[in-house]
Write a protein that binds this ligand. Structure first.
Ligand SMILES: *[C@@H]1O[C@H](CO)[C@@H](O)[C@H](O)[C@H]1NC(C)=O
Ligand SMILES: [Cu+2]
Length: 226
């Protein structure tokens, strides 16, 4: 009994310590257009880059009830439920729902994900990240990609404990969006999740504290631009 209360206290304290989730896009409400991630209550993270959860942080894929429409060439605002607390990069990826499939059942299988944004740190006496303390992120939607439904994957990699393998923390969710307008470009450099990252990638297995890095290599593919 004593042991149980101890564990519960520990879990509550972790939540207060400032982990986070990405539950909302646009003017929607939490988990309305964003597929409910496994950390919707815990604010926890994925540590194993080879697990199925590294895609959308869902252990049993389930769709959101709605999707958010945007025009190609505009932006989507993606929200965290509290300020980003840990040092590390934000990234966003898109994957187009194949023709003939539905945004409310497609699970994002295969080498279908292309990156539309990643964050580089500022270098100095320590690395600083523009995501730090922020609760909202402006995601660019490329102007030349094909109209249709997409999954938009938000990812923050917390690097404070990343000097040991498996120590980086991945905070992830996927929103359902419809893109209108656009062009006919099919981006190159598409990757699969899991598959895109290795635990030994230099942007994942890294000591950000000593020696202070003078460069940072974001994991995954280059950012796609039109
Ligand atoms: C939303 O986007 C999808 C995908 O492009 C499109 O089929 C649908 O017509 C759009 N809905 C509205 C209301 O614009
Ligand atoms: Cu944390």
């Amino acid at each position: 009994m004593l042991a149980t209360s101890f564990i519960l206290l520990g879990a509550a304290a972790l939540g207060v310590n400032g982990h986070y989730a990405f539950p909302r896009v646009g003017g929607g409400s939490d988990w309305q257009q964003v597929r409910r991630a496994d950390n919707w209550q815990s604010n926890g993270f994925v540590a194993d880059v080879s697990s199925a959860q590294i895609r959308c942080f869902q252990s049993s894929p389930a769709a959101a009830s709605a999707s958010l429409n945007v025009t190609a060439g505009s932006t989507v605002t993606y929200y965290a439920n509290q300020g980003i607390f840990h040092p590390g990069p934000m990234s966003f990826y898109l994957a187009r729902v194949p023709d003939g499939q539905s945004v409310s059942s497609w699970n994002g299988d295969g080498a279908v994900w292309f990156k539309v944004y990643h964050e580089q740190p500022n270098f100095g006496s320590q690395l600083t990240w523009s995501s730090n303390g922020k609760t909202s992120f402006t995601v660019p939607i490329p102007s030349c990609i094909k109209a249709g439904y997409y999954l938009l994957r938000a990812e923050h990699i917390a690097l404070h404990s990343a000097s040991t393998s498996g120590g980086a923390q991945f905070y992830i969710s996927c929103a359902q969006i419809g893109i209108t307008g656009g062009g006919s470009t099919d981006p190159s450099n598409k990757v699969a999740f899991p598959g895109a990252y290795k635990a030994s990638d230099p942007g994942i297995l890294i000591n950000i504290n000593w020696p202070i890095p003078t460069s940072y290599k974001n994991p995954g593919p280059a950012v796609f631009t039109c």
